[in-house]
Write a protein that binds this ligand. Structure first.
Ligand code: CNA
Length: 354
């Protein structure tokens, strides 16, 4: 990875400006560091190639916990699996010795249980508007595909549950069989069916210590053509994925939409919005005049739940939201002339679920 990065830095013109489409009416520079300026830029001819980087935060509203959000993240909830340390669940060495914790988790995360979020549908809209160049995702939940983003626009940097193989002889394993094994009431760890092998079968998700797909590395040079980079729902702590943000040209606007401040978004044309991505995306779509399209695209994803599956249950995040809303309503009633209630209300507002 380092050598590729070094090569890229040596060969690319990092402050390159596209002379063909950048004019006074279509400036490459944002007029401000907010959604209004971003929407204006996106409507201009300067913004043709949009790159997306996604992390687990875009799927939390679908009911899939992220890794690191305190309290609700997977790492905070792995104690029941008796792991020596939380990351062990995704370590290939540990998996070889004990695949049960991974498969216990896989059962919960298995695709088909979850519906894409409005944020996933927004990425599909970028494609419908011929703006999406590539969606780099760290997620293994395949919700981008389920939202209708074409497979050839998605780089699943950490693999996905879409395919699986034996970790010893690399023979692919049948998708229906692994699904049946994982979802059976009494968890069965799937094993290679080749005679004299019998190795452990693992979905093609990249564990710590494993190489990223070649397609990921091959796509990195395309980032030099980026007119816009939108980074959503990631702590930007896992490399080399996190370093993609440095590969776009210096004058390419970069937008971070995340609950907390991560990475180094301190370039002149960076926009940082620290809120829930579904909310921000909706606001952006309103400014772009895409709100109805967003609703329609998201409505279509209802069918992406597999037959017999339920809509995801309320997430912890939703529950906290609901309690906060109820509390607000209650407080608002007594708020009239009641300053104490108003203070409590503010306290509730700032208790943003993480
Ligand atoms: P992470 O380290 O857990 O970070 C998630 C980030 O998202 C945090 O900074 C949160 O503040 C933020 N966040 C949480 N909810 C929201 C929201 N509604 N709106 C905006 N921001 C939010 O996860 P990363 O993706 O950065 O870490 C990389 C790991 C996570 C990859 O290897 C993935 O395979 C792995 N992972 C994937 C999934 C999935 O496929 N859905 C789930 C859990 C972990």
């Amino acid at each position: 990875m380092h050598s590729l990065y070094d090569w890229w830095k040596r060969t690319s013109r990092r402050s390159m400006v596209k002379p063909d489409c950048t004019t006074d009416e279509n400036p490459r520079i944002l007029e401000g560091n907010d959604l209004k300026a971003l929407a204006k830029y996106m409507k201009s001819d300067s913004c043709r190639n949009v790159f997306i980087m996604l992390g687990a935060g875009v799927s939390t509203s679908a009911g899939i916990p992220d890794f690191r959000s305190p309290g609700t993240g997977l790492y905070a909830n792995l104690a029941r699996l008796n792991l020596p340390f939380p990351e062990a669940v995704f370590e290939i060495g540990f998996f070889k010795r004990n695949p049960i914790p991974f498969y216990t988790l896989a059962k919960e995360l298995y695709p088909g249980h979850f519906r894409p979020t409005p944020t996933h549908s927004f990425i599909k809209l970028l494609h419908s508007h011929s703006m999406l160049h590539t969606c780099f995702t760290q997620n293994i939940d395949t919700l981008e595909r389920r939202a209708g983003v074409p497979a050839n626009k998605i780089i699943e940097a950490h693999g996905s549950f879409a395919t699986q193989r034996c970790i010893e002889c690399r023979t692919p394993f049948d998708a229906e069989k692994i699904k049946k094994a994982v979802l059976s009431e009494k968890l069965e760890v799937p094993r290679c069916e080749r005679k004299q092998c019998g190795g452990l079968v693992k979905p093609d998700i990249v564990f710590f210590g494993e190489a990223l797909p070649a397609q990921f590395h091959a796509s990195i040079p395309h980032l030099r053509d980026a007119d816009l980079l939108i980074v959503m729902g990631t702590s930007l702590t896992v490399h080399p994925f996190a370093s993609l943000v440095d590969f776009v040209p210096e004058d390419c606007p970069r937008v971070l939409i995340n609950l907390d401040s991560v990475g180094h978004f301190n370039r002149k044309h960076d926009v940082v919005i620290l809120r829930k991505c579904d909310e921000v995306v909706r606001e952006l779509c309103t400014k772009l005049g895409w709100e109805e399209e967003l609703d329609a695209a998201w409505e279509e994803t209802k069918d992406s739940l597999e037959v017999g599956e339920q809509e995801p249950e309320e997430t912890a995040e939703d529950e906290v939201d609901k309690i906060a809303k109820d509390l607000k309503q209650t407080l608002n009633v007594s708020e009239k002339g009641d300053e104490e209630a108003s203070d409590k209300d503010k306290a509730g507002d700032s208790a943003e679920p993480r």
